[in-house]
Design a protein around this ligand. Structure first.
Ligand code: FAD
Length: 514
């Protein structure tokens, strides 16, 4: 659904790792941000992801166990729209039932679900069933959990700005307003307690002074841009652009990390796929009517797949002879796959299943060569230079190649016989590593899970952008609360981790001022 006025409509820099291609890169420009237009998968990542955040930040409060109250406070486990018996499809012991943000299991069975479940039995060594990937131990095949309430999106807008909150007298939501800078209000200690904003490029600038503090939650692309436009970043770079350097933090905009995914597509012996919904207006209208008549039921109540598959590269993979394992621990995946009940967007004819790995990128904290956000111009209404760095390291390539091989093993299971007819591409188990790599470079795309551009590090570290309280280093009263502060991308889609981050941040902020 892009380009559109509710999207930032970015054009990313050509990606050398993807044969110089420029893939689409949507980002929500509306209340709720990307949570108002994302794929709704609710995946926290592994226990080890958070324990690494605790280690890197020097604050045990960012560890998995310490974060449990915040995880629960965010989550409102909700029955699936078809009200089926959920026993054996999730583990209630690891969920929150009284939080704000709705999470549910799929409420409509897709044809591919039967095959995926059969694979967990037929190839149980490689693809074991895992009752709940949100237990902190995601490896295996689990039913997907989504931020969906009764067939409708639950976003940070519908939840945290829901009817019971939006009317609060101390909350003002200003629409059609873009923050252009945060303004320094005192030199020593450096303090930024004023925000400048405007409706559009040429409209009047407004200023608001904070009595306590300013919190930036502009996301992993716009937060570093905003900081740099405010004079917070690498002084040499800022000066070369004519921006007065006010705070020396060279890591602003560095350390960008994003998952990269590729799909292997197959013609199937069925017309019961998503393909017709996308290309046939009549089918779409019928399903929409059904969705309306059943208050959120039917095929439109689910996302593109009902299972997530998390795997590690085998420990004897040759990549580990030359490369340290970038995962935070032995219980964390390198690869995430889904079996999607159709192709997005589908070719004009045919019905498909699309299975493919997303790989966790290799990351070296702060010095990662992968991605970055840089200023293109000093006009805050211009988009920044977005270097995503997909498939830029040996590990990235090894992971996506092994992920494709795992997909070939999965789709080769007997469970798919009679359903999967033939591959759309010429990728088979006989394909060489070089050809798998070539296919990945020609077809992979970033998966939108961007983090790291205002990374958290320990208080005494001379790198990073925010301290463990999420305050900008060397600055008073300026905080960042969004995906940009995670120093490593979690091993799963990122929205749940941002909710968890924000829940704890709320307590850190209150503790500062109470
Ligand atoms: C297409 C897509 C699919 C995705 N699918 C999934 C998924 O299925 N599951 C999952 O877990 N994650 C998914 N994600 C990722 C997830 O949505 C993000 O990681 C998460 O929303 C990040 O939250 P955030 O608050 O850091 O930033 P954002 O969601 O980007 O929110 C930032 C907000 O700030 C606003 N903003 C930016 N700059 C300014 C400014 N200067 N002034 C005023 N406002 C500003 C933006 O418009 C936006 O509303 C997806 C993302 C995309 C784009």
């Amino acid at each position: 659904m892009y380009p559109n006025p509710r999207d930032w409509n970015y054009t990313v820099a050509p990606l050398p790792g993807l044969d110089g291609r420029i893939p689409p890169f949507p980002r929500g420009r509306l209340l709720g941000g990307c949570s108002s237009m994302n794929g709704m998968q609710y995946i926290r990542g592994s226990k080890e992801d958070y324990d690494r955040y605790a280690r890197v930040s020097g604050d045990p409060g960012w560890g998995w166990d310490a974060l449990q109250p915040y995880i629960r406070r965010n989550e409102h486990w909700t029955p699936p729209v078809d009200n089926h018996n959920q026993t054996g499809q999730f583990n209630p012991a690891v969920h929150g039932f009284h939080g704000i943000n709705a999470v549910s299991l799929p409420g409509f069975l897709l044809p591919v679900d039967v095959m995926v479940q059969q694979v967990t039995q037929e190839l149980s060594d490689e693809f074991p069933f895992n009752l709940d990937y949100n237990s902190g131990y995601p490896l295996g095949v689990s039913w997907t959990q989504s931020t969906i309430k009764h067939g409708k999106r639950s976003s940070s807008f519908t939840s945290y700005l829901g009817p019971e909150f939006i009317g609060r007298p101390n909350l003002h939501v200003v629409l059609n307003a873009q923050v252009t800078r945060v303004i320094q209000t005192s030199q020593r200690p450096a303090t930024f307690k004023m925000v400048e904003f405007a409706e559009s490029r040429n409209s009047a600038r407004y200023h608001i002074a904070a009595t306590k503090e300013v919190i930036i939650s502009a996301g992993a692309i716009e937060t570093p841009k905003l900081l740099m436009n405010s004079g917070i970043g690498d002084p040499t770079v800022l000066s070369s652009l004519g921006i007065k350097a006010r705070v020396n933090l060279p890591d602003v905009g560095k350390n960008l990390s994003v998952h990269t995914g590729v799909s292997l597509n197959y013609f199937v012996n069925s017309t019961d796929t998503f393909d017709d919904i996308i290309r046939n207006l009549t089918v779409r209208q019928m399903l929409l009517d059904q969705w309306l008549a059943t208050d959120g039921g039917g095929r439109l109540s689910v996302v593109y797949a009902d299972h997530d598959i998390f795997e590690r590269l085998p420990s004897n993979s040759s990549i580990f002879e030359v490369h340290a394992d970038p995962a935070p621990g032995p219980n964390s995946p390198h690869i995430q796959s889904i079996a999607s009940n159709g192709l997005f967007p589908p070719p004009p004819e045919g019905h498909f299943v699309s299975v493919g790995p997303t790989c966790d990128p290799e990351l070296t904290f702060i010095s990662h060569s992968g991605g970055s956000i840089e200023l293109n111009t000093t006009n805050p209404f211009d988009n920044p230079l977005i270097n995503l760095g997909c498939l830029s390291t040996d590990f990235d390539i090894a992971a996506i190649r092994e992920g494709m091989k795992s997909t070939l093993r999965l789709i080769g299971a007997k469970a798919w016989e009679g359903y999967v007819l033939s591959p759309v591409s010429n990728i088979t188990t006989a394909t060489t590593d070089a050809d798998l790599e070539a296919y990945a470079r020609a077809n992979a795309a970033p998966n939108y899970h961007v983090v790291g551009t205002a990374s958290m590090s320990s208080r005494d570290a001379n790198y990073g952008v925010v301290d463990p309280d999420l305050l900008i280093k060397g600055v008073k009263h300026l905080r960042v609360v969004d995906a940009s502060v995670w120093p490593y991308v979690p091993s799963g889609n990122t929205q749940a981790s941002v909710y968890i981050l924000a829940e704890r941040a709320a307590d850190l902020i209150k503790a500062t001022w109470e």
